[in-house]
Design a protein around this ligand. Sequence first.
Ligand code: PMP
Length: 389
Amino acid sequence: MLASKITVPLPKLKNRNVIKPLLCGAGPCDVWPSVSEALSKPTLSPICDEYYNVIDDIRNGLKYLFQTKCELVLAMSGSGHSGMEATITNLVGPNETMLIAARGIWDERALDIAQRYNINVIPIRVPLKVTFSLERIETELKKWKPTALFITHGDSSTGTVQRLEGLGELCHKYGTLLIVDTVVSLGGVPFLMDEWGVDAAYASTQKVLSGPAGISPVAFSERAEQKINNRKHQPPFYFDIKLLAQQWNCYGNTRVYHHTLSAPLLWALRQCIHEICQRTLPMRWKAHADVVAHFHKRLQENGFKLLIPKPEDRLATVTTVVLPEGYDYIKFVKYMREYYNIMILAGLGPTEGKALRIGLMGVNATTQVADTVADAMAGTLTALTKSSL
Ligand code: PMP
Protein backbone atom coordinates (compact mmCIF):
# COMPACT_ATOMS: atom_id res chain seq x y z
CA MET A 1 0.00 0.00 0.00
CA LEU A 2 1.31 3.39 -0.95
CA ALA A 3 -0.69 4.92 1.94
CA SER A 4 2.36 4.45 4.15
CA LYS A 5 4.32 6.70 1.78
CA ILE A 6 2.09 9.71 2.50
CA THR A 7 4.40 12.11 4.30
CA VAL A 8 2.64 15.39 3.69
CA PRO A 9 -0.21 15.62 6.23
CA LEU A 10 -3.80 16.48 5.34
CA PRO A 11 -4.27 20.25 5.33
CA LYS A 12 -6.71 21.75 7.80
CA LEU A 13 -9.11 23.98 5.91
CA LYS A 14 -10.74 26.53 8.17
CA ASN A 15 -14.26 27.76 7.59
CA ARG A 16 -13.92 30.99 5.66
CA ASN A 17 -17.11 32.90 6.17
CA VAL A 18 -17.15 36.11 4.19
CA ILE A 19 -19.62 38.91 4.75
CA LYS A 20 -20.04 40.16 1.24
CA PRO A 21 -18.74 43.73 0.88
CA LEU A 22 -20.23 46.27 -1.52
CA LEU A 23 -17.63 46.17 -4.30
CA CYS A 24 -17.08 49.76 -5.37
CA GLY A 25 -13.39 49.79 -6.18
CA ALA A 26 -12.01 49.99 -9.70
CA GLY A 27 -12.88 46.28 -9.97
CA PRO A 28 -13.97 43.65 -9.39
CA CYS A 29 -17.57 44.83 -9.29
CA ASP A 30 -20.53 42.96 -7.78
CA VAL A 31 -22.18 40.44 -10.08
CA TRP A 32 -25.78 40.46 -11.31
CA PRO A 33 -27.90 38.01 -9.24
CA SER A 34 -28.81 36.21 -12.47
CA VAL A 35 -25.09 35.79 -13.21
CA SER A 36 -24.55 34.10 -9.83
CA GLU A 37 -27.32 31.67 -10.79
CA ALA A 38 -25.85 31.13 -14.25
CA LEU A 39 -22.56 30.06 -12.65
CA SER A 40 -24.21 26.90 -11.39
CA LYS A 41 -25.66 25.79 -14.72
CA PRO A 42 -24.54 22.36 -16.00
CA THR A 43 -20.95 21.85 -17.04
CA LEU A 44 -20.71 21.39 -20.78
CA SER A 45 -18.21 19.44 -22.84
CA PRO A 46 -16.41 21.64 -25.38
CA ILE A 47 -17.63 19.30 -28.13
CA CYS A 48 -21.39 19.19 -27.74
CA ASP A 49 -24.27 21.10 -29.35
CA GLU A 50 -25.34 22.82 -26.12
CA TYR A 51 -21.84 24.24 -25.77
CA TYR A 52 -21.76 25.40 -29.40
CA ASN A 53 -25.08 27.19 -28.89
CA VAL A 54 -23.72 29.02 -25.84
CA ILE A 55 -20.60 30.22 -27.64
CA ASP A 56 -22.71 31.32 -30.63
CA ASP A 57 -24.90 33.38 -28.27
CA ILE A 58 -21.77 34.92 -26.73
CA ARG A 59 -20.28 35.85 -30.10
CA ASN A 60 -23.50 37.51 -31.23
CA GLY A 61 -23.79 39.37 -27.94
CA LEU A 62 -20.18 40.55 -28.05
CA LYS A 63 -20.65 41.90 -31.56
CA TYR A 64 -23.40 44.08 -30.10
CA LEU A 65 -21.32 45.14 -27.08
CA PHE A 66 -18.27 46.05 -29.20
CA GLN A 67 -20.52 47.37 -32.01
CA THR A 68 -18.71 45.44 -34.70
CA LYS A 69 -19.93 43.46 -37.68
CA CYS A 70 -16.58 41.65 -37.93
CA GLU A 71 -16.50 37.88 -37.47
CA LEU A 72 -13.34 37.52 -35.39
CA VAL A 73 -15.04 37.98 -32.03
CA LEU A 74 -14.64 35.55 -29.14
CA ALA A 75 -13.52 35.34 -25.50
CA MET A 76 -10.12 34.38 -24.10
CA SER A 77 -9.79 32.02 -21.15
CA GLY A 78 -8.22 34.37 -18.61
CA SER A 79 -8.78 37.74 -16.99
CA GLY A 80 -8.38 41.09 -18.83
CA HIS A 81 -4.62 40.59 -19.08
CA SER A 82 -5.18 37.62 -21.38
CA GLY A 83 -7.04 39.90 -23.81
CA MET A 84 -4.16 42.36 -23.59
CA GLU A 85 -1.55 39.69 -24.28
CA ALA A 86 -3.62 38.10 -27.05
CA THR A 87 -4.31 41.31 -28.98
CA ILE A 88 -0.68 42.42 -28.82
CA THR A 89 0.97 39.09 -29.64
CA ASN A 90 -1.40 38.22 -32.48
CA LEU A 91 -0.90 41.53 -34.25
CA VAL A 92 2.67 42.56 -33.55
CA GLY A 93 5.64 40.28 -34.15
CA PRO A 94 9.19 40.36 -32.77
CA ASN A 95 11.17 43.37 -34.02
CA GLU A 96 8.01 45.11 -35.18
CA THR A 97 7.15 48.40 -33.53
CA MET A 98 4.31 49.20 -31.17
CA LEU A 99 3.62 52.76 -30.10
CA ILE A 100 2.10 52.95 -26.63
CA ALA A 101 0.13 56.03 -25.65
CA ALA A 102 0.76 55.58 -21.94
CA ARG A 103 -1.22 57.46 -19.32
CA GLY A 104 -1.80 54.78 -16.66
CA ILE A 105 -0.65 51.46 -15.30
CA TRP A 106 -2.34 49.29 -17.95
CA ASP A 107 -0.30 50.86 -20.73
CA GLU A 108 2.83 50.10 -18.70
CA ARG A 109 1.64 46.49 -18.51
CA ALA A 110 1.22 46.44 -22.29
CA LEU A 111 4.76 47.72 -22.56
CA ASP A 112 6.05 44.96 -20.28
CA ILE A 113 4.18 42.29 -22.26
CA ALA A 114 5.40 43.60 -25.61
CA GLN A 115 9.02 43.69 -24.42
CA ARG A 116 8.80 40.04 -23.37
CA TYR A 117 7.98 39.17 -27.00
CA ASN A 118 10.85 41.28 -28.37
CA ILE A 119 8.53 43.87 -29.83
CA ASN A 120 10.12 47.32 -30.22
CA VAL A 121 8.11 49.51 -27.92
CA ILE A 122 7.88 53.25 -28.12
CA PRO A 123 6.06 54.74 -25.16
CA ILE A 124 4.78 58.29 -25.25
CA ARG A 125 3.42 59.80 -22.06
CA VAL A 126 1.14 62.60 -20.87
CA PRO A 127 1.18 64.21 -17.42
CA LEU A 128 -1.22 62.76 -14.82
CA LYS A 129 -4.80 64.10 -15.07
CA VAL A 130 -4.98 64.60 -18.85
CA THR A 131 -5.53 62.48 -21.96
CA PHE A 132 -3.88 62.45 -25.39
CA SER A 133 -4.70 64.90 -28.16
CA LEU A 134 -5.03 63.38 -31.63
CA GLU A 135 -2.43 65.90 -32.88
CA ARG A 136 0.18 64.55 -30.45
CA ILE A 137 -0.54 60.98 -31.48
CA GLU A 138 -0.41 61.85 -35.17
CA THR A 139 3.04 63.41 -34.76
CA GLU A 140 4.31 60.13 -33.28
CA LEU A 141 2.53 57.94 -35.84
CA LYS A 142 4.12 59.95 -38.62
CA LYS A 143 7.55 59.63 -37.02
CA TRP A 144 7.52 55.90 -36.24
CA LYS A 145 4.94 54.37 -38.63
CA PRO A 146 4.46 51.57 -36.10
CA THR A 147 2.74 48.25 -36.73
CA ALA A 148 0.28 49.06 -33.95
CA LEU A 149 -0.75 51.75 -31.53
CA PHE A 150 -1.85 50.60 -28.06
CA ILE A 151 -4.14 52.88 -26.10
CA THR A 152 -6.46 52.49 -23.11
CA HIS A 153 -10.02 53.79 -23.50
CA GLY A 154 -11.10 53.92 -19.86
CA ASP A 155 -8.14 54.04 -17.51
CA SER A 156 -8.96 52.75 -14.03
CA SER A 157 -5.67 53.94 -12.53
CA THR A 158 -6.20 57.63 -13.35
CA GLY A 159 -9.99 57.74 -13.81
CA THR A 160 -9.75 59.16 -17.33
CA VAL A 161 -11.48 58.36 -20.60
CA GLN A 162 -9.54 58.75 -23.84
CA ARG A 163 -11.27 60.26 -26.86
CA LEU A 164 -11.05 57.71 -29.69
CA GLU A 165 -13.18 59.21 -32.47
CA GLY A 166 -10.94 59.79 -35.48
CA LEU A 167 -8.03 57.79 -34.10
CA GLY A 168 -8.61 54.70 -36.28
CA GLU A 169 -8.56 56.79 -39.42
CA LEU A 170 -5.33 58.47 -38.30
CA CYS A 171 -3.67 55.13 -37.54
CA HIS A 172 -4.68 53.67 -40.89
CA LYS A 173 -3.20 56.68 -42.70
CA TYR A 174 0.21 55.54 -41.41
CA GLY A 175 -0.38 51.78 -41.89
CA THR A 176 -0.86 51.27 -38.15
CA LEU A 177 -3.36 48.99 -36.40
CA LEU A 178 -5.26 50.41 -33.45
CA ILE A 179 -5.42 48.23 -30.29
CA VAL A 180 -7.72 49.46 -27.52
CA ASP A 181 -8.14 48.35 -23.89
CA THR A 182 -11.86 48.60 -23.07
CA VAL A 183 -11.65 46.61 -19.83
CA VAL A 184 -13.30 49.24 -17.68
CA SER A 185 -15.30 51.05 -20.35
CA LEU A 186 -17.16 48.44 -22.45
CA GLY A 187 -20.86 48.56 -21.61
CA GLY A 188 -20.58 51.69 -19.45
CA VAL A 189 -19.18 54.30 -21.80
CA PRO A 190 -19.89 54.68 -25.55
CA PHE A 191 -17.53 52.50 -27.59
CA LEU A 192 -18.10 51.98 -31.33
CA MET A 193 -15.50 49.62 -32.72
CA ASP A 194 -16.37 49.74 -36.43
CA GLU A 195 -17.37 53.40 -36.48
CA TRP A 196 -14.11 54.44 -34.83
CA GLY A 197 -11.88 52.16 -36.91
CA VAL A 198 -10.58 50.14 -33.96
CA ASP A 199 -8.66 47.03 -35.09
CA ALA A 200 -8.51 45.07 -31.85
CA ALA A 201 -10.27 45.55 -28.55
CA TYR A 202 -10.50 43.50 -25.38
CA ALA A 203 -12.56 43.71 -22.21
CA SER A 204 -13.10 41.83 -18.98
CA THR A 205 -16.15 40.41 -17.24
CA GLN A 206 -15.29 41.64 -13.74
CA LYS A 207 -15.97 45.34 -14.41
CA VAL A 208 -18.98 46.94 -16.12
CA LEU A 209 -20.25 43.56 -17.30
CA SER A 210 -20.71 42.62 -13.62
CA GLY A 211 -19.56 39.05 -13.89
CA PRO A 212 -16.77 36.96 -12.39
CA ALA A 213 -13.18 37.52 -13.55
CA GLY A 214 -11.60 34.90 -15.76
CA ILE A 215 -12.91 35.36 -19.30
CA SER A 216 -11.93 38.20 -21.59
CA PRO A 217 -13.94 39.23 -24.68
CA VAL A 218 -11.83 40.18 -27.71
CA ALA A 219 -12.70 41.49 -31.17
CA PHE A 220 -10.57 42.01 -34.28
CA SER A 221 -11.32 44.08 -37.41
CA GLU A 222 -10.95 42.81 -40.97
CA ARG A 223 -7.68 44.75 -41.23
CA ALA A 224 -6.43 42.93 -38.14
CA GLU A 225 -7.58 39.62 -39.58
CA GLN A 226 -5.50 40.25 -42.70
CA LYS A 227 -2.46 40.87 -40.53
CA ILE A 228 -3.13 37.67 -38.60
CA ASN A 229 -3.48 35.67 -41.82
CA ASN A 230 -0.28 37.08 -43.34
CA ARG A 231 1.95 37.32 -40.30
CA LYS A 232 5.28 35.52 -40.20
CA HIS A 233 5.50 35.11 -36.42
CA GLN A 234 3.86 32.55 -34.15
CA PRO A 235 1.97 33.94 -31.14
CA PRO A 236 1.75 31.80 -27.97
CA PHE A 237 -0.26 28.63 -28.62
CA TYR A 238 -2.83 29.33 -25.91
CA PHE A 239 -3.50 32.83 -27.29
CA ASP A 240 -3.37 32.02 -31.02
CA ILE A 241 -6.47 33.72 -32.43
CA LYS A 242 -6.27 31.70 -35.64
CA LEU A 243 -6.70 28.50 -33.67
CA LEU A 244 -9.22 30.00 -31.27
CA ALA A 245 -11.30 31.27 -34.22
CA GLN A 246 -11.72 27.64 -35.27
CA GLN A 247 -12.80 26.61 -31.79
CA TRP A 248 -15.24 29.55 -31.61
CA ASN A 249 -16.52 28.80 -35.11
CA CYS A 250 -15.88 32.36 -36.29
CA TYR A 251 -15.91 31.44 -39.99
CA GLY A 252 -18.45 28.66 -40.35
CA ASN A 253 -18.72 25.12 -39.22
CA THR A 254 -15.22 24.41 -37.88
CA ARG A 255 -15.77 23.85 -34.14
CA VAL A 256 -12.28 22.45 -33.57
CA TYR A 257 -11.21 21.63 -30.03
CA HIS A 258 -8.39 23.88 -28.81
CA HIS A 259 -8.71 23.85 -25.01
CA THR A 260 -11.42 23.23 -22.44
CA LEU A 261 -13.14 26.51 -21.74
CA SER A 262 -14.70 26.98 -18.31
CA ALA A 263 -18.41 26.24 -18.74
CA PRO A 264 -19.47 28.26 -15.64
CA LEU A 265 -17.63 31.29 -17.02
CA LEU A 266 -19.24 30.88 -20.43
CA TRP A 267 -22.69 30.69 -18.85
CA ALA A 268 -21.82 33.74 -16.73
CA LEU A 269 -20.59 35.80 -19.69
CA ARG A 270 -23.68 34.87 -21.69
CA GLN A 271 -25.84 36.12 -18.80
CA CYS A 272 -23.84 39.36 -18.41
CA ILE A 273 -24.47 40.04 -22.08
CA HIS A 274 -28.16 39.25 -21.64
CA GLU A 275 -28.44 41.74 -18.75
CA ILE A 276 -26.97 44.54 -20.89
CA CYS A 277 -28.93 43.62 -24.04
CA GLN A 278 -32.20 43.66 -22.08
CA ARG A 279 -31.47 47.26 -21.12
CA THR A 280 -29.65 48.20 -24.40
CA LEU A 281 -26.29 49.95 -24.70
CA PRO A 282 -27.59 53.54 -24.93
CA MET A 283 -29.57 53.03 -21.72
CA ARG A 284 -26.51 51.57 -19.94
CA TRP A 285 -24.32 54.47 -21.10
CA LYS A 286 -26.95 56.93 -19.84
CA ALA A 287 -27.33 55.13 -16.51
CA HIS A 288 -23.57 55.29 -15.86
CA ALA A 289 -23.38 58.96 -16.88
CA ASP A 290 -26.37 59.96 -14.72
CA VAL A 291 -25.21 58.04 -11.66
CA VAL A 292 -21.68 59.37 -11.78
CA ALA A 293 -22.92 62.97 -12.22
CA HIS A 294 -25.02 62.54 -9.08
CA PHE A 295 -22.07 60.95 -7.24
CA HIS A 296 -19.69 63.76 -8.18
CA LYS A 297 -22.19 66.35 -6.95
CA ARG A 298 -22.53 64.54 -3.61
CA LEU A 299 -18.74 64.25 -3.25
CA GLN A 300 -18.13 67.92 -3.94
CA GLU A 301 -20.86 68.92 -1.45
CA ASN A 302 -19.03 66.86 1.16
CA GLY A 303 -15.61 68.46 0.76
CA PHE A 304 -13.97 66.01 -1.67
CA LYS A 305 -12.22 67.07 -4.87
CA LEU A 306 -12.14 65.23 -8.17
CA LEU A 307 -8.63 64.47 -9.41
CA ILE A 308 -9.38 65.01 -13.09
CA PRO A 309 -9.97 68.69 -13.84
CA LYS A 310 -11.68 68.51 -17.24
CA PRO A 311 -15.19 66.99 -17.11
CA GLU A 312 -14.79 65.53 -20.61
CA ASP A 313 -11.70 63.55 -19.47
CA ARG A 314 -13.49 61.97 -16.49
CA LEU A 315 -14.32 58.31 -16.80
CA ALA A 316 -17.94 57.52 -15.90
CA THR A 317 -17.21 54.08 -14.46
CA VAL A 318 -14.27 54.88 -12.14
CA THR A 319 -13.86 58.18 -10.29
CA THR A 320 -10.57 59.35 -8.82
CA VAL A 321 -11.05 61.45 -5.69
CA VAL A 322 -8.60 63.67 -3.81
CA LEU A 323 -8.83 63.77 0.01
CA PRO A 324 -8.41 67.04 1.90
CA GLU A 325 -4.83 67.81 2.99
CA GLY A 326 -3.48 65.59 5.76
CA TYR A 327 -5.66 62.48 5.22
CA ASP A 328 -4.12 59.09 4.58
CA TYR A 329 -5.51 57.20 1.57
CA ILE A 330 -4.80 53.72 2.91
CA LYS A 331 -6.43 54.50 6.27
CA PHE A 332 -9.46 55.92 4.49
CA VAL A 333 -9.92 52.76 2.40
CA LYS A 334 -9.45 50.56 5.49
CA TYR A 335 -12.01 52.52 7.47
CA MET A 336 -14.58 52.27 4.67
CA ARG A 337 -14.16 48.49 4.65
CA GLU A 338 -14.13 48.03 8.42
CA TYR A 339 -17.02 50.32 9.35
CA TYR A 340 -19.22 50.28 6.25
CA ASN A 341 -18.13 47.04 4.55
CA ILE A 342 -17.63 49.01 1.34
CA MET A 343 -14.62 48.20 -0.77
CA ILE A 344 -13.10 51.20 -2.50
CA LEU A 345 -9.47 51.38 -3.60
CA ALA A 346 -6.49 53.64 -3.09
CA GLY A 347 -4.55 55.05 -6.04
CA LEU A 348 -2.50 52.76 -8.24
CA GLY A 349 0.55 53.49 -10.40
CA PRO A 350 0.50 57.22 -11.16
CA THR A 351 -2.24 57.91 -8.58
CA GLU A 352 -0.63 56.03 -5.68
CA GLY A 353 -0.85 58.28 -2.58
CA LYS A 354 -2.73 60.87 -4.63
CA ALA A 355 -6.30 59.64 -5.00
CA LEU A 356 -9.02 57.15 -4.11
CA ARG A 357 -10.51 55.06 -6.91
CA ILE A 358 -14.24 54.45 -6.74
CA GLY A 359 -16.16 52.37 -9.25
CA LEU A 360 -19.89 52.71 -9.79
CA MET A 361 -20.39 50.29 -12.61
CA GLY A 362 -22.55 47.48 -13.91
CA VAL A 363 -25.03 46.34 -11.31
CA ASN A 364 -23.72 49.07 -8.96
CA ALA A 365 -24.42 51.95 -11.35
CA THR A 366 -27.46 53.11 -9.37
CA THR A 367 -28.24 56.31 -7.47
CA GLN A 368 -28.87 54.22 -4.38
CA VAL A 369 -25.36 52.75 -4.43
CA ALA A 370 -23.89 56.19 -5.23
CA ASP A 371 -25.65 57.63 -2.17
CA THR A 372 -24.56 54.74 0.07
CA VAL A 373 -20.92 55.26 -0.93
CA ALA A 374 -21.11 59.08 -0.71
CA ASP A 375 -22.68 58.89 2.78
CA ALA A 376 -20.03 56.42 3.97
CA MET A 377 -17.25 58.60 2.57
CA ALA A 378 -18.62 61.66 4.37
CA GLY A 379 -18.83 59.60 7.59
CA THR A 380 -15.27 58.36 7.14
CA LEU A 381 -13.98 61.89 6.59
CA THR A 382 -15.57 63.01 9.84
CA ALA A 383 -14.38 59.93 11.77
CA LEU A 384 -10.79 60.23 10.62
CA THR A 385 -10.26 63.69 12.05
CA LYS A 386 -6.90 65.17 11.32
CA SER A 387 -5.90 64.93 14.99
CA SER A 388 -6.04 61.12 14.78
CA LEU A 389 -3.80 60.91 11.73
N1 PMP B 1 -7.08 47.17 -18.16
C1 PMP B 1 -7.77 47.95 -17.32
C2 PMP B 1 -8.22 49.31 -17.77
C3 PMP B 1 -8.06 47.49 -16.03
O1 PMP B 1 -8.77 48.26 -15.20
C4 PMP B 1 -7.63 46.20 -15.63
C5 PMP B 1 -7.93 45.63 -14.26
N2 PMP B 1 -8.12 46.49 -13.24
C6 PMP B 1 -6.92 45.43 -16.56
C7 PMP B 1 -6.67 45.94 -17.81
C8 PMP B 1 -6.46 44.05 -16.21
O2 PMP B 1 -7.56 43.20 -16.07
P1 PMP B 1 -7.53 41.88 -15.16
O3 PMP B 1 -7.18 42.28 -13.77
O4 PMP B 1 -8.94 41.37 -15.32
O5 PMP B 1 -6.52 40.98 -15.76
